[in-house]
Ligand binder design. Structure first.
Ligand SMILES: NC(=O)c1ccc[n+]([C@@H]2O[C@H](COP(=O)([O-])OP(=O)(O)OC[C@H]3O[C@@H](n4cnc5c(N)ncnc54)[C@H](O)[C@@H]3O)[C@@H](O)[C@H]2O)c1
Ligand SMILES: [Zn+2]
Length: 461
């Protein structure tokens, strides 16, 4: 929601307009958003008596019945547009399909669209809302770790276009974001790990107490899906909630003064200096969380070599990536790629490297004066260090699969879901829905210009 205050003054040859826009939006933590006794969602839609939801099909398959029951109970008419958006379908076609549903529904001024799913759905549907009648309200319910702690914390929405990731987009704040971490119980572990990397990022550069918790409970957090797997002890859920709340709060504090990304020294860009180009370099692209972890681990070695990060902090950080099963190195992460990635990032950061590094852990410094020799020396040292770690620093499930690029229907036992409505049936897995060649060629398509040093392959952080 926004509100513009502006003044108009006459100048010699015309007019000068100056305005300030008030932006306000809310986040509410709420486990069990579709549980009948939780009235938050109902209260948001009661004024309209109806709701158009744009929703990830995997989420619909698991939670659709609960959602329908919720809206039926509250007497709110529900219409659902199901999406199957892989990175390859983060496109203008998908965007216009959503727009068509909004027209069919007859969405009226100020009526909010409900958007439910991971970062892909919230990015594309959010952009459709930004463009529809130039500005349509929406309410978000993110369902992945990336969505909950990153994509739905920002107000950026976008689609890919012309081989570039997030090339067309907008800054469009939702009215409200409902943060329900219970969705994580059905999220594949590889996707949980992916989001874990972003939490290491924010905590190691901005909030030491959160880093300490990630360090203490790493394996338990991942295996229990942030305490949301059935039968988890309450304490791991409490730890997870503290981590997530602090991580989101830190990100909001850092990013909201810079909502339109005019400032380029960004703490949350730790791990996003060399990774945008490197992520798409291996034959099968790396998962985002693994690509940024390689960048973060290497940057930490660089910072340690400079005497910024102490030996013990450096090792603590590397150990955490390793324990989380995140990548710290890759055979394609070499001097050549570092050079290309440096050239690319310099263009998007106005000629300065602005490489965020923890210094000390929990705080951040930006490096602008790193020479080619220093980078190469740190890389040699980093690769040597990797020999001491399990898998030589390689990650677990480090590469993208159909769920990241094309779209795959999850095989999730229905009994896992909320309300304990148990059935041992599995959601049908339909290979027909996996886009042909969508797995690798999806991102490779995006990467078509990726090795020319063009900077816009991946959204910059
Ligand atoms: N706007 C931003 O600031 C921002 C920030 C970070 C990432 N992003 C974007 O987010 C996208 C990635 O989003 P993502 O990582 O959330 O992935 P995603 O939306 O593709 O979801 C990953 C997979 O998990 C499935 N899924 C989602 N929630 C589930 C659940 N609770 N249970 C079972 N399965 C579930 C989905 O169907 C999909 O197959 C990228 O396009 C990236 O550019 C945007
Ligand atoms: Zn990221």
């Amino acid at each position: 929601m926004s509100d513009l205050k502006a003044t108009v003054a006459e100048t010699t040859n015309g007019f000068h307009v100056e305005g300030y826009e008030k932006i306000e939006y809310d986040f509410t933590f709420l486990d069990g958003v579709f549980e009948i006794q939780n009235s938050q969602l109902h209260r948001l839609y009661a004024p309209w008596g109806r709701c158009l939801a744009i929703m990830d099909k995997n989420i619909y398959d698991i939670y659709g019945n609960d959602m329908q029951r919720y809206f039926d109970h509250h007497g709110i008419e529900l219409k659902i547009h199901q999406t199957m958006i892989g990175e390859k379908a983060k496109s203008l076609d998908t965007f216009t399909n959503i727009v068509d549903s909004m027209t069919d529904f007859g969405i009226i001024r100020k009526e909010p669209v409900l958007v439910v799913g991971g970062g892909l759905v919230t990015d594309v549907a959010g952009f459709a809302c930004a463009a529809y009648r130039r500005n349509t309200n929406y309410i978000r319910i993110p369902t992945t770790v990336i969505g909950l702690i990153d994509a739905s914390v920002s107000i950026k929405v976008a689609v890919n276009y012309g081989n570039y990731k997030n090339r067309l987009g907008a800054y469009h704040a939702p009215m409200h974001t409902l943060l329900d971490f219970n969705f994580l119980k059905t999220l594949p572990e590889a996707q949980v790990r992916n989001g874990f990397a972003e939490l290491i990022k924010i905590s190691s550069c901005a909030h030491l107490p959160t880093f300490d918790l990630l360090d203490e409970f790493c394996e338990k957090l991942i295996m229990s899906k942030f305490g949301r797997m059935p039968g988890q002890k309450e304490d791991i859920k409490a730890v997870a909630d503290e981590i997530n709340r602090n991580g989101i709060f830190e990100m909001l504090k850092l990013e909201t003064p810079n909502l339109h990304e005019i400032g380029l020294d960004r703490v949350i860009a730790y791990g996003h200096t060399w990774s945008p180009l490197h992520e798409l370099t291996p034959a099968v692209p790396l998962r985002h969380g693994h690509a940024i972890s390689i960048d973060m681990a290497y940057s930490a070695t660089l910072a340690n070599s400079r005497g910024l990060l102490s030996d013990s902090e450096h090792r603590r950080l590397l150990n955490l990536f390793s324990r989380a099963g995140l990548s710290m190195d890759h055979e394609t992460f070499d001097e050549k790629v570092l050079d290309k990635a440096t050239q690319a990032i310099l263009k998007t950061r106005d000629g300065l490297l602005r490489a965020a590094v923890p210094n000390p852990l929990g705080n951040c410094t930006f490096l602008n004066d790193v020479t080619h020799e220093e980078m190469a020396g740190a890389l040699r040292r980093h690769k040597n260090l990797m020999k001491e770690y399990p898998r030589n620093g390689a990650g677990i499930e480090a590469y993208v699969d159909a769920s990241d690029t094309g779209y795959s229907i999850n095989q999730v036992p229905v009994e896992n879901h909320m309300n304990g409505a148990s059935s041992s049936d599995s959601v049908e897995v339909s290979k027909r829905h996996i886009l042909p060649n969508g797995v690798v060629s999806g991102l490779k398509g995006l990467a078509a210009n990726g090795h020319t040093g063009l900077p816009a392959l991946q959204e910059q952080r």
